[in-house]
Design a protein around this ligand. Structure first.
Ligand code: NDP
Ligand code: BG6
Length: 499
């Protein structure tokens, strides 16, 4: 068990959306569960001016009333929260920050441990690292110093390498924690347990028995207020390069010898380095890029992506990606992975579907039932195993049935959210669920041909908001004799599905 050291949690970008909406509520939840260290403070840092109290008030407004177990606990939590206004880009201001950290350290006996969480625009990541170092705030002679990098880690392969170089000038790799919140999701981690703790699945987990794999990361929401950011990013950078490739790594990696940061991440990088490079043929025939258009869904008018705030009205940014890809290694050679992600789809669902091969000879019916394992990452986390049974009555016709496990059925189980889990690991110094630099590069290396392709003329297909993406993406599978499993909000694809 790693210790939970007393520490100062410094959050740059404290006035921003991520801090308010995700980080602070997660820290509060951990506090209510007594998972935070005995002595800790949270020091918010950004340019806006707040007193400690005004910052606490802003935070309280973002904590849902249902999460407030009792007012005294919230008041106790707030007593550990402080705010320091500095110009993040000005090296001289870090003297003020250093002084504040030092005073808090002495008052609360924080043992000189400090976590620097960069929830700022990515352009500031290397600047903050450099300025911290200029004031020796990277020095681990007394107490650990950890640097947390939020996604995106670079904009493409070259900028990711440049960012690494800039961070390495001042921090060692073991001090750097790159957050991909998908790795904090319980069901993503559960894939490892499902695969490596059960002898019933692992022997079948390869190209000999698996026909193809689908990975879907669908969202019902559009880009909301993030049009300005999203238009420079697109679904490729926003979801596929990081979250979905990490999910694929969990599905496809070899078993680590033990679960610790090095062994896990060694296996993750190995499989990511085996992603089959995309050829010109793949870019033309196995990739579909789409953008949502306006439509009316259940009486609600949904606007086109180009009409969203911050998005140019001639934008060619993709809000949907569908891709057929392969992994060039012993286990997966020849098994297609169909992956897709999109905004403004009919429902929010992230799932992996493992389609097993049919039996060699259909003894019982011409249409043998499908054997498939559906790993529901969200919502309603769980696993469905679909297989065939005899239809009751005369004859030997088979029909498909399902065994359906829901995490919510486990009594007394309260899943930690991704940010809760990852913040806890950060304080413990457990890097297992954080992306290592070589893995990040392998992901960029894989998507770089798509980014280059997008700079040339490329086909971008419209799809009406509230649908499963461009029709061309259906053909990705149809031409191979398959079709996407398109679950609706009750997460089935049977005929009682309500879209
Ligand atoms: P916001 O724009 O809401 O907040 C950015 C913060 O950085 C503000 O607190 C801002 O405060 C501060 N800041 C400091 N210097 C500058 C500067 N020169 N220009 C602009 N802002 C500055 O961003 P988010 O909170 O949404 O995102 C923060 C980081 O987290 C980004 O890298 C984003 O990609 C990443 N992220 C965000 C997610 C989300 O859901 N929001 C999800 C995953 C990753 P002030 O102006 O007071 O200095
Ligand atoms: C973020 C993306 O990293 O992940 C968002 O920037 C996306 O655009 C989000 O909506 C999806 O995360 P989740 O946990 O809701 O699937």
């Amino acid at each position: 068990m790693l210790a939970i050291d007393n520490s100062c949690i410094v959050i740059f970008g404290a006035s921003g959306d991520l801090t308010q909406r995700m980080l602070m509520p997660a820290l509060y939840k951990l506090f209510t569960q007594q998972k935070l260290p005995t002595a800790f403070v949270i020091l918010g840092v950004s340019r806006s001016t707040y007193s400690d109290q005004a910052f606490r008030d802003k935070l309280i407004n973002n904590i849902p009333a249902s999460a407030v177990i009792n007012k005294q606990l919230l008041a106790d939590f707030c007593q550990r929260i402080f705010y320091q206004s500095i110009d993040t880009a000005n090296v001289n201001d870090y003297a003020i920050l250093k002084d504040r950290i030092s005073k808090l350290n002495d008052t609360f006996k924080l043992e000189n441990n400090a976590l620097f969480y960069m929830a700022t625009p990515p352009s500031l990541y290397s600047v903050i690292a450099q300025h911290l170092a200029a004031h020796h705030l990277n020095n681990e002679q007394k107490g650990w110093k950890r640097l947390v990098v939020e996604k995106p880690f670079g904009y493409d392969l070259d900028s990711a390498i440049t960012l690494d170089k800039a961070l390495y000038q001042h921090f060692q790799e073991q001090q750097i924690y790159r957050i991909d919140h998908y790795l904090g999701k319980e069901t993503v981690q559960n894939m490892l347990v499902l695969r490596f703790a059960n002898s019933i699945f692992e022997p079948l987990w390869n190209g000999k028995y698996i026909d193809y794999i689908e990975v879907t990361g669908a969202e019902a929401l559009g880009v909301e207020k993030r049009g300005g950011y999203y238009d420079g990013s697109g679904a490729m950078r926003d979801m596929l390069q990081n979250h979905l490739l990490q999910v694929i790594a969990m599905v496809a990696m070899e078993p680590p010898s033990v679960i610790n940061a090095d062994s896990m991440r060694d296996e993750v990088v190995k499989v990511l380095q085996c992603l089959k490079p995309l050829s010109e043929h793949d870019l033309k025939h196995n990739l579909v890029l789409g953008q949502y258009t306006e439509s009316k869904v259940r009486g609600e008018d949904l606007s086109a992506y180009r009409a969203e705030a911050g998005v140019p009205d001639d934008s060619r940014t993709e809000t949907y990606v569908g891709l057929k890809m392969f992994i060039n290694n012993w286990r997966w050679n020849g098994v297609p992975f169909y992956i897709r992600t999109g905004k403004r789809m009919p429902t929010r669902v992230t799932e992996v579907v493992i389609h097993f091969k049919k039996t060699p000879h259909p003894v019982f019916s011409a249409h043998a039932p499908e054997n498939k394992l559906i790993i529901r990452i969200q919502p309603d986390e769980g696993i469905v195993l679909g297989f065939g049974l005899k239809q009751p009555g005369s004859g030997f016709e088979s029909q498909e049935v399902a065994m359906d496990f829901h995490y919510s059925d486990l009594k007394k189980t309260e899943l930690l959210t991704a940010y809760e889990r990852l913040l806890l690991d950060l304080i413990k110094g457990d890097a297992t669920l954080f992306s290592r630099s070589d893995a990040v590069r392998a992901c960029w290396n894989f998507v770089q041909p798509i980014l280059d392709y997008k700079k040339r003329s490329f086909s971008l297909y419209g799809y009406a908001s509230g649908t499963w993406g461009p029709v061309e993406a259906e053909h990705l599978l149809i031409k191979d004799g398959h079709k996407w499993r398109s679950p609706c909000k009750n997460l089935t694809d049977t005929d009682y599905c309500e879209l």
